[in-house]
Design a protein around this ligand. Structure first.
Ligand SMILES: Cc1cc2nc3c(=O)[nH]c(=O)nc-3n(C[C@H](O)[C@H](O)[C@H](O)COP(=O)(O)O)c2cc1C
Length: 350
């Protein structure tokens, strides 16, 4: 597994409660970390850098008080040039000695050196092979693969193809974002060679999120077919609930955009109801702890169901030595935490 033990050992299930504008705040982060999933939030959810400082104090105080291990806190920095608070928020994260930061909407390069100087790992979100390459060259410690169907600002790549293409060239931690609906999806992601997953949409309908009740109800009532791609919110394609787009006032500021990402525009539209295809898994409002427990149980059930299936079809195989049929291209190697140890560096291994 590419995930450092210092991270992996503190997780109930290999997941991150993904950073979400206007949804993730201290309560959600604290509950996630206490439940054993990484708790993330965009720094811009705190109205000012001073407020961010207060949030971090609150979060760390609550986690220190917790009886038992807690998962890492991972603030999310929008590194796009239009984020006027980037330097101030970065300085604040450095002062707090955070252990993991997730960057989005741009190259992580400007923030890597100051964060590495305090021993903080930096995961960068990427939506193409070129972005992945750029992030690795900049010194990122892990990649978040934004794929088709993700909530918020989405990727377009197919998760199967993207995860395998990146894994064939990169042996560091990979996080898969988009379409992770339940524990079964997490197991499937691990088979692809992924170390961690993002769950965003699933956490919106928790009682600890900052979402309104109206938004939570809309999620419960929506199906996968109700998710629509639009550039209206931040200027780049994002997945939104059709019910929000239908009731939005369609003023000039809210029309589709071709000018690219603008942080101001994103924050002006912060009340948008965003959701990914994983909305299919939202059936009720629960606490974060209940959600994590349900996902963990699904994950364990899926694993217990899958293992005998694999060993039955290949009686001589044990799961920790399972290999797919050898082909001239893959030399019998496979990148998967289900499959066990593998050569992750070989471009021909997928
Ligand atoms: C309401 C909402 C707001 C989001 N805001 C952010 C954000 O501020 N920063 C970020 O990096 N990603 C943001 N995202 C994307 C999520 O971090 C994550 O990639 C996505 O939710 C994964 O797909 P899923 O929702 O299907 O789990 C947002 C997603 C949603 C649903």
């Amino acid at each position: 597994m590419a995930l450092p033990e210092a991270l992996a050992n503190r997780l109930t299930v290999p997941a991150i409660a993904a950073p979400m504008t206007s949804v993730s705040g201290p309560e959600l982060v604290i509950a996630a970390c206490r439940s054993g999933v990484v708790g993330s939030f965009p720094t811009h959810n705190a109205a000012t850098t001073e407020k961010l400082d207060t949030w971090l104090r609150q979060i760390f105080a609550a986690l220190i008080d917790h009886d038992g291990p807690t998962a890492p806190v991972a603030p999310n920095l929008v590194v796009h040039r239009t984020n006027t608070r980037l330097q101030a928020d970065l300085d604040c994260l450095v002062r707090h000695g955070v252990e993991l930061v997730i960057t989005s909407v741009g190259s992580p390069k400007p923030v890597i050196a100051p964060l590495h100087a305090i021993g903080c790992r930096v995961f960068a979100d990427v939506s193409s092979m070129a972005h992945a390459q750029r992030a690795i060259e900049a010194g990122a410690d892990g990649l978040v693969l934004l794929t088709a169907g993700a909530g918020g600002q989405t990727g377009w790549a197919n998760p199967f193809a993207f995860a395998r293409a990146v894994r064939a060239r990169y042996d560091g931690p990979i996080v898969l974002a988009g379409g992770i609906t339940d524990g079964t999806s997490i197991l499937a992601a691990q088979v692809l060679g992924v170390d961690l997953v993002y769950l965003g949409t699933r956490f919106i309908a928790t009682s600890e999120s900052l979402a309104t009740d109206e938004y939570r109800t809309a999620l419960i009532e929506s199906t996968l077919d109700d998710v629509t791609l639009s550039t209206r919110v931040g200027g780049i394609p994002a997945n939104l609930l059709a019910s929000w787009l239908a009731r939005d006032d369609r003023s000039a500021a809210n029309q589709e955009s071709s000018s690219g990402f603008e942080q101001d525009r994103l924050l002006r539209n912060r009340t948008a109801w965003s959701a990914g295809h994983s909305v299919a898994g939202v059936g009720a409002v629960t606490t974060v702890a209940e959600l994590v427990q349900a996902i963990t149980e699904q994950y364990e059930r899926a694993r217990d169901k899958l293992l005998p299936t694999l060993t039955e079809s290949r009686p001589e195989a044990r799961i920790d030595t399972y290999r797919p049929a050898t082909t001239p291209g893959n030399q019998g190697r496979v990148t998967s935490s289900v499959a066990g140890t593998v050569d992750l560096n070989r471009p021909d291994s997928y």
